[in-house]
Design a protein around this ligand. Structure first.
Ligand SMILES: Nc1nc2c(c(=O)[nH]1)N[C@@H](CN(C=O)c1ccc(C(=O)N[C@@H](CCC(=O)O)C(=O)O)cc1)CN2
Length: 302
């Protein structure tokens, strides 16, 4: 079997198109422009790329973008003041603090200072609790994007057996919760799970979010299963003509061997990654609609 490739880049473009349509309607009918504020502390190169990309796509879908770039030695009090001001700014419907934060800053404290209604990352403890109890919440973007791709590819997920490999607060746990809310039978596995290959082999749906390059092998996959690879790992790939080191991006799955067995698979790059930013934009529109007591965009929430 050769797996169908689930094209996250194309799917994300479709989601951004839906967001843009909804934003246009909000402006035209209600005179409201959704606004997203992104806070970046320090100069981590990857974070700078993601923040730039978020700002660009926010503007492309017609929303207002507010960028706050703070020095690496920003104090916790100063960062909390920025968050507090954004909480009280009526033009801002979504707030995101780019992670990771520098070591001297307490991420949990900062994230929990965001107004939960504006927490478009879905990381605030209130949103975690709401999702965990099946209530309306802001849903973390990477798991939301993964869920959208699964629903689009498989239709109903009810009764399917799903294994999530990885137990992070940002991906593994919320992903498992979303699958459970869609009536899957869910196992959360991780790097210390005993006989991980045979656990994974039971699954109709495999979500790999363990952060280990190419760990999941094709012979772990049940024939025909749907594989969502959340991993983004940069590995060595020899040297360039000028002798400098070359790198490439790989997921948590060994793509070729998994694609030979799976029914469908997301590639890396071009799979889940692009959906993360598309879902951030979707969450911002959702937050804006909720703040104004308006109907939420269909198909863009969990
Ligand atoms: N506050 C947050 N911080 C971080 C999050 C997040 O959701 N909220 N996620 C990641 C980084 N991230 C967005 O912030 C992100 C990562 C990767 C991609 C993406 O599109 N990746 C591409 C490959 C890009 C490349 O070539 O390097 C892909 O997979 O195709 C988008 C967003 C950590 N921090």
């Amino acid at each position: 079997m050769t797996a169908t490739v689930i094209d996250g880049k194309a799917f994300a473009a479709k989601v951004r198109g839906q967001v843009a349509e909804h934003v246009a309607r909000l402006k035209e009918v209600h005179g409201i422009t959704p606004g997203l504020a992104v806070v970046l502390v320090g100069e981590d190169p990857a974070s700078q790329v993601y923040v730039r990309s978020k700002g660009k796509m926010t503007v492309e879908v017609g929303m207002a973008s507010f960028e706050h770039r703070l020095a690496i030695d920003t104090s916790e009090a100063d960062l909390l003041k920025v968050v507090h001001d954004l909480n009280n700014d009526p033009a801002v419907h979504g707030i995101l603090v780019q992670l990771p934060l520098p070591d001297h800053l307490d991420s949990d404290l900062v994230i929990n200072a965001i107004d939960p209604a504006k927490d478009v990352d879905g990381f605030h403890i209130s949103n975690v609790g709401l999702l965990g109890t099946g209530q309306k919440s802001m849903v973390p973007c990477t798991p939301l994007g993964s869920l959208m791709m699964l629903r689009d590819h498989l239709g109903s997920l009810s009764g399917k057996s799903a294994v999530v490999i990885g137990r992070s607060n940002i991906v593994g746990k919320p992903m498992a919760q979303l699958l459970l809310n869609d009536s899957c039978t869910v196992t959360i596995a991780h790097s210390r799970t005993a006989d991980l290959p045979s656990v994974v082999r039971q699954a109709d749906i495999v979500v790999a979010a363990v952060g280990r390059p190419q760990m999941v092998q094709g012979d772990w996959i049940k024939p025909g299963a749907t594989v969502i690879d959340v991993g983004i790992n940069r590995i060595d790939a020899g040297t360039k003509d000028d002798g400098s080191p070359k790198t490439r991006l790989v997921g948590d799955c060994d793509y070729d061997s998994c694609a030979a067995v799976a029914g469908a698979i997301t590639p890396v790059p071009g799979g889940v990654g692009p959906m993360t930013i598309a879902c951030l934009l979707a969450n911002t529109v959702t937050a804006c609609c909720r703040a104004n007591g308006l109907a939420e965009p269909e198909g863009l929430t969990a």
